[in-house]
Design a protein around this ligand. Structure first.
Ligand SMILES: C[S@@+](CC[C@H](N)C(=O)[O-])C[C@H]1O[C@@H](n2cnc3c(N)ncnc32)[C@H](O)[C@@H]1O
Length: 393
């Protein structure tokens, strides 16, 4: 192990032994040629029956799980050396971040900022957005007394789940240097392509502002009625300086750039328009939850054998078509320098459209086998994805 890295890990371990000053630890990213046990680990102190425990929250990309350990039990898990590329430790009087490069070297950054520990442990009930947030009332999810309306609980949960995915994705992208740290002069720019009634657009804005992250949000929808309604709400909430809505086709939008693009359930190939815009505009983080998939479905007329045992059943053909569409979209993005993952957006009991593509622009050049895989897949199924045509692939 690189000696600077060994010394940095030793320093983090020593600091973690002092539970009084511990505030937060985040492990994320993957070291070259190594597998991490889960996608990301967040650790914070929690006061449980008068004792400080280390609360470990793990995300496998589908769901979060939480477990509490004593500091020594936690250190015995040896998670610092389990394949993560980024280690961020915050203590009351400063932070240390260690980024392990592809060559296995450590890039170390220290600050002398002050951090405050949150010792609460009942995170499961904690909501990221209060149901009484004025925006939830204005968009019609909560009533005037700040309670979620009957019949709007699924929408509220979807908003919460979305924020739970957005927040760590953003933190990782910023700490890995893919997105510049937002400042009031250069706020984080987010575009929501096909924003509709803008539940998620407003949610992202309100949540990030609440976290002290300067942000500029733009919602785009082809419907003029959506633009009018959403801009009126923004004005009523007094936030129209930092959130605004345009009535435009995604493929024709006048917007030129953004750090983050989201497109949630934009219809059929509007998802491909959104990905195309994101790729062409060099978006660094894209969160895309596709909706109805007609493009590849319509082309799957001549299923290769032995796949006909699946495709002769209408419902199975449809689901397979959805999967092939999204897998090909992801592969195209991979070939264009994005690190891509498919994650569950929200449990299938809330909406059947529960797959989200998370793509981070790393600029990595994909192995040649990835191109061969893509070509073999489209040739096997005799299909040409709309996204490939839009991006001239
Ligand atoms: C199913 S709604 C989803 C709205 C929102 N993203 C959400 O998840 O709540 C899809 C929205 O995309 C918009 N849309 C569809 N195709 C579009 C396109 N090509 N350009 C802009 N907006 C589009 C529709 O007008 C509609 O409001």
């Amino acid at each position: 192990m690189d000696s600077t890295l060994a010394a940095a890990l030793e320093e983090v371990i020593d600091s973690l032994k002092n539970s009084d000053s511990f505030v937060r630890l985040v492990l994320s990213g993957r070291r070259r040629n190594m597998q991490t046990p889960v996608e990301r680990i967040d650790v914070k102190p929690a006061l449980i029956k008068g004792e400080v425990k280390y609360q470990v929250m793990q995300s496998d990309g589908r769901a979060m799980s939480t477990k509490n350990y004593s500091p020594s039990e936690f250190l015995a898990l040896n998670l610092l050396d389990s394949g993560f590329a980024n280690i961020l430790l915050e203590q009351r009087d400063g932070s240390i971040s260690v980024r392990i490069t592809k060559k296995g070297e450590a890039l170390i950054h220290r600050t002398h900022d002050t951090f405050e520990a949150d010792l609460s442990h009942d995170r499961s009930k904690a909501r990221l957005l209060d149901a009484g947030d004025p925006f939830l009332i204005e968009v019609g999810i909560s009533d005037n007394s700040g309670k979620v309306k009957v019949g709007k609980n699924d929408k509220y949960l979807q908003v919460e789940e979305f924020l739970r995915l957005l927040a760590p994705s953003l933190t990782s992208a910023i700490s890995a240097g893919h997105i510049a740290k937002p400042t009031p002069e250069k706020p984080l720019s987010i575009v929501d392509l096909g924003c509709g009634h803008a539940y998620l657009t407003f949610a992202a804005h309100q949540y990030l502002i609440k976290q002290g992250i300067p942000v500029k949000v733009i919602g785009i929808d082809v419907r003029e009625s959506a633009r009018l309604r959403n801009n009126q709400i923004a004005e009523k909430l007094g936030i129209s300086e930092s959130i605004t809505f345009l009535a435009e086709e995604i493929s024709q939008t006048s917007l030129k750039s953004a750090d983050v693009a989201i497109a949630l359930h934009a219809c059929d190939t509007a998802t491909d328009d959104a990905i195309t815009w994101a790729v062409n505009s060099d978006v660094k983080l894209a969160l895309i939850a596709p909706c109805c998939h007609h493009d590849i479905q319509a082309q799957m007329v001549d299923a290769p054998e032995p796949w006909q045992i699946v495709t002769r059943n209408g419902i199975m053909k449809e689901r397979l078509g959805d999967l092939i569409t999204d897998a090909l979209r992801m592969q195209v993005m991979k070939l264009m320098g994005y690190r891509v993952e498919a994650i569950e957006f929200i449990g299938g009991e809330h909406t059947p459209r529960n797959l989200m593509i998370r793509a981070v622009k790393t600029g990595a050049i994909a192995d040649s086998i990835e191109k061969s895989r893509y070509e073999a897949m489209i040739s096997l199924w005799k299909v040409k994805p709309a996204l490939a045509s839009l991006l001239n692939r």
